[in-house]
Design a binder for this molecule. Structure first.
Ligand code: GMT
Length: 386
């Protein structure tokens, strides 16, 4: 049994979801004991599961600190868990600050002759937005270079990483995100559909953290123009800094009567089950997990053609891709998909594409990567001891 520590953000964000679902899936194989290490219980770690453990990072504050130093508390917790749970491998999701905390823990443990390899999975904004910023770039570069293995969730994210950071390694492995089709599948939620769309109107859906990068105002503009052409409803799931702007725009464009803001929702698959079209006009999106969740529920996607989205959404087949901000084109494409003679074929294609990202196809890619990193570590140890 391989004992693995998984570090992630415990919140609604995609990187935390991917990390948690991966850990649960690994534990289910019976070949892994999984230890989640983060500051609160990961949002998707909702049930007791055999071979799954959770360790909370304790934060000790002091009036001198501007902010309590989470990275140091995490590194200390990692030292503790790795040592006493005898972990074989550490897998950190989202480079900042998890990769540098892992590196620090590894150095501390090396002084006690404990060697633990760590793998960093790059998820997106840790590279494309935050990581590139001068406040963090040197540390992100260093910790990527020092990781024993690095994966990225799309080819585009790998290219971006190599382009924007002085990375001295060519071996970043692309492992795409995945979906658990047992959970994300079209369910019968007709009562919900009748409630939101009493006259059988098509339902458009957007789910996100409502950050600037998601361009939620474009979502509202697309919807307002679609609704001018045909009756339609919009459901907005999630919350974040740009929600007030989106609400304000709905009032300005006089569409609030056809829009519902649901806020953060656990069972997003219930809304997706009754949706006809998913909108993701993001500024940048390294993968677009929320779009994959929609596709698994048979919902076609109107997205921007940025980042890793073209690796997921197939133009003219599972939906359409447009340049960032090309609202008019997105509107034309949305209206085209929603025609009764087109919608069924887009829905079918969206599901077929989602099946390719089934967790049972992707989990083995991580397992093989773990084996590779562990074998390399054993070889290096043998060479040193020889
Ligand atoms: O958008 C973020 O900053 C959150 C980040 C996360 O931690 O959830 O999202 C990124 O990781 C997801 C999981 O790999 C990807 O599906 C998202 O596309 C990616 N977000 C961006 O690139 C904007």
């Amino acid at each position: 049994m391989i004992k693995i520590g998984i570090v992630c953000y415990p919140t609604f964000g995609g990187s935390g979801v991917v990390a948690t679902e991966l850990g649960k899936a690994l534990a289910e194989t019976g070949n892994y004991q999984v230890h989640f290490i983060t500051y609160s219980t990961p949002h998707r770690l909702d049930h007791f599961a055999e071979n799954v453990f959770y360790h909370e990072v304790d934060m000790f504050s002091y009036p001198l600190f501007q902010f309590p130093p989470y990275e140091l508390a995490l590194a200390s917790k990692l030292v503790h868990v790795i040592k006493y749970e005898k972990l074989d491998l550490l897998h950190v999701h989202y480079a900042i600050p998890h990769a540098s905390a892992a590196w620090l823990a590894k150095q501390i443990l090396a002084t006690e002759q404990i060697d633990i390899p760590f793998i960093t999975t790059l998820h997106g904004t840790d590279i494309t937005l935050v990581g590139k910023n001068g406040s963090y770039a040197p540390v992100v570069t260093f910790s990527i270079n020092q990781s024993d293995g690095v994966t990225a969730v799309s080819e585009d994210l790998k290219r971006d990483t190599l382009k924007h950071f002085p990375i001295c390694r060519e071996d970043i492995q692309v492992i795409p995100n995945f979906i658990d089709l047992r959970r994300f599948k079209k369910q019968n939620k007709d009562h919900f559909k009748t409630f939101v769309c009493p006259n059988g109107e098509p339902l458009l859906v957007h789910t996100s953290n409502f950050r600037k990068v998601k361009r939620v105002e474009d979502v509202v503009r697309i919807f307002a123009a679609v609704r001018e052409a045909m009756p339609a409803k919009l459901v907005m799931v999630g919350d974040g800094p740009d929600r007030p702007k989106a609400e304000e725009l709905c009032r300005e464009l006089n569409v609030m009567g056809d829009v519902r803001f649901l806020g953060k929702l656990d069972a997003v698959e219930e809304v997706l089950s009754v949706a006809d079209l998913f909108l993701m006009p993001s500024e940048t999106e390294s993968f677009g997990l929320a779009a994959l969740e929609a596709m698994a529920c048979q919902v076609p996607v109107i997205s921007s053609n940025t980042g890793g989205l073209p690796e997921l959404n197939v133009n003219g087949v599972t939906g359409f891709l447009s340049n960032v901000g090309e609202v008019d084109e997105m509107v034309r494409n949305a209206i085209y998909i929603l025609q009764p003679e087109n919608l069924p074929r887009f829905k079918e294609a969206a599901l077929a594409r989602a099946l390719e990202f089934d967790i049972t196809n992707i989990r083995p890619l991580y397992e093989r990567y773990y084996e590779k990193v562990l074998q390399r570590q054993m070889l290096e140890k043998a060479v040193l001891e020889a």
